[in-house]
Design a protein around this ligand. Structure first.
Ligand SMILES: Nc1ncnc2c1ncn2[C@@H]1O[C@H](COP(=O)(O)OP(=O)(O)OP(=O)(O)O)[C@@H](O)[C@H]1O
Ligand SMILES: [Mg+2]
Length: 499
């Protein structure tokens, strides 16, 4: 029996100055979860967009259930049973969960939309997955994680033959990840072929059967997950020696720079902490613990009900992000798609528009040479993969878009930089570059605050870790004493207080 459902032959895609895909041939089988891994810009998203017809490959053939597909487009491939969950969401915020799941193919009874039956079927899908959401909830009122789960649940209701997931886990927390794994298991049981793209290699070992490595637009190798390991995959992906994952860092305790006293918002309560020159201060906690809210409050993005923020002993009056930036505080947000990048503008514009005055000469005119040099330096340092800095950000790969947002903040001379989930969606090699940069900035005397859900990153990078639970600080650990167990116990509200 031939269980191959989808076959790609010699797919090439050229963009001006870039070979995004360089003759990739692969096939996918029923009931198999097949991962594709590779660095940011390796061509993964371009490959799946070629399969769905979202873009037209320059060359190559697509064979689905034994037949060539000509003139492919997203509607046609969906109709045939190829369903994709893109890196960017496709949900409509002002429609409810059921309306989103059935978008474009509403159930009808006569001339009326059959809401009852749509709600019923949505509830069945969600119940089956153990997700407790009312099908009538508006999508905009869900967390990013739940929105992603709805996006994926859509594929269950569509009875697709091939399901492609492009970094489905990126916005999910560990507890939400369980739902995703359940969905994948369910689809596999039904005999779907699943193409799974992720930068979190652990996941691949948990749910995938096969893994294919892409590098620089090229197909490198397909391995059976049971017969490979993380190290081998990383070597194939990056093709260079990565060395130590977390660069060494020495903290010499210097002056107190930031002091937060009794900060209160609707979510966080009575927050006190301080941060020192050259320190990397980690914030740990489960999702919803209030870490992002602290960042937003300090940055002037959320209304403060009480408390003080002091910088170098001076009390700040922050009412908006503009005030925060003027005082020397920067925030690199968690949701970089929504709050970070201006997709229709170039890399250069995105990096410097907020700080053009930094590049002014003594006559107040912009020194373009200086600007271009600075942008190019960060493009190199962060390995933003594109031939020119005039490239529009929307044309970059997902991970490279993230790097542009990072570059924008790194180029400022903020005294305090808050990174919210700095390495989400970033490949293993680039992660290291970002760690290296953070350490570099700390060495220059900046304060780095790092909110992260990745335990190795918190433990490997932070000089000190503050742990939160339900809007309050529940503990603080110095690098030497910090362990995963202690952090988890504090994050779940345990009383342990180790100083
Ligand atoms: N519309 C476009 N115009 C020009 N270049 C593009 C366009 N779309 C993609 N590229 C380039 O093609 C290459 C492959 O991008 P792709 O999005 O497939 O990478 P990826 O493997 O999905 O990366 P990531 O892990 O960051 O999501 C990148 O160098 C990217 O800049
Ligand atoms: Mg991508």
């Amino acid at each position: 029996m031939n269980s191959t459902v989808l076959e790609l032959k010699n797919i090439r895609k050229l963009y001006p100055g870039v070979v995004a895909l360089d003759g990739v041939s692969m096939s996918f089988k029923k009931g198999e979860v097949h991962a594709i891994v590779g660095e940011n810009g390796a061509g993964k998203s371009t490959f799946i967009k070629s399969i769905t017809g979202a873009i037209e490959p320059t060359e190559g053939e697509i064979i689905f259930k034994g037949e060539f597909i000509a003139h492919n487009n997203p509607a046609k491939s969906l109709e045939m049973g190829i369903c994709a969950v893109y890196q960017e969401f496709n949900l409509i915020p002002y429609l409810n969960v059921a309306e989103n799941i059935f978008y474009g193919r509403y159930k009808t009874k006569g001339i009326f939309v059959d809401y009852e039956s749509m709600y019923k079927e949505t509830k069945e899908i969600l119940d089956d997955l153990g997700v407790k959401i009312d099908p009538r909830t508006l999508v905009k009122d869900l967390t990013v994680g739940y929105q992603q789960i709805i996006e994926i649940a859509k594929s269950i209701s569509r009875r697709a033959k091939v399901i492609i997931m492009d970094e489905p886990s990126a916005p999910l927390t560990n507890s939400e990840l369980i739902y995703l794994f359940k969905i994948v298991a369910k689809l596999k049981e039904r005999g779907c072929a699943i193409i799974y793209i992720s930068h979190r290699l652990e996941e691949i070992f948990e749910i995938c059967d096969k893994v294919t490595v892409f590098r620089d637009g090229k197909y490198i190798q397909t391995l059976s997950v049971a017969e490979t390991n993380k190290e081998e995959l990383i070597t194939l992906m990056v093709n260079r020696d990565l060395g130590e994952q977390f660069p060494p860092k020495q903290l010499v305790k210097k002056d107190k720079v930031l002091e937060v006293k009794g900060l209160n918002t609707d979510v966080i309560k009575d927050i006190h902490f301080e941060a020192y020159e050259g320190e990397i201060l980690g914030f740990a906690g489960l999702v919803g613990a209030g870490r992002t809210e602290i960042a937003r409050a300090v940055f002037g993005a959320d209304k403060i009900n009480g408390g003080e923020i002091l910088l170098n002993g001076k009390r700040l009056n922050i009412h908006s992000p503009k005030d925060a930036i003027a005082s020397g505080i920067g925030l690199i947000p968690e949701d970089r798609k929504q709050h970070g990048a201006l997709l229709h503008m170039s890399i250069q514009e995105n990096t410097t528009y907020a700080h053009l005055s930094n590049f002014a000469n003594k006559f107040g005119m912009i020194d373009f040479k200086k600007e271009i040099k600075a942008v190019n330096e960060y493009k190199e340092a962060l390995k933003i993969k594109t031939p020119f800095i005039s490239q529009k950000v929307k044309n970059l790969s997902g991970g490279n878009q993230q790097k542009v947002v990072l570059a924008k903040w790194l180029i400022t001379d903020c005294k305090v930089l808050i990174f919210d989930e700095p390495t989400r969606g970033i490949d293993v090699g680039a992660k290291q570059e970002i760690y290296q940069l953070m350490i570099e900035l700390a060495k220059q005397g900046k304060v780095i605050i790092m909110i992260s859900s990745e335990m190795p990153e918190l433990l490997g990078m932070s000089d000190r870790i503050i742990v939160m639970h339900e809007g309050r600080i529940t503990g603080e650990l110095y690098r030497e004493d910090a362990t995963q167990e202690k952090i988890l116990s504090m994050a779940s509200g345990g009383q342990e207080e180790v100083k």
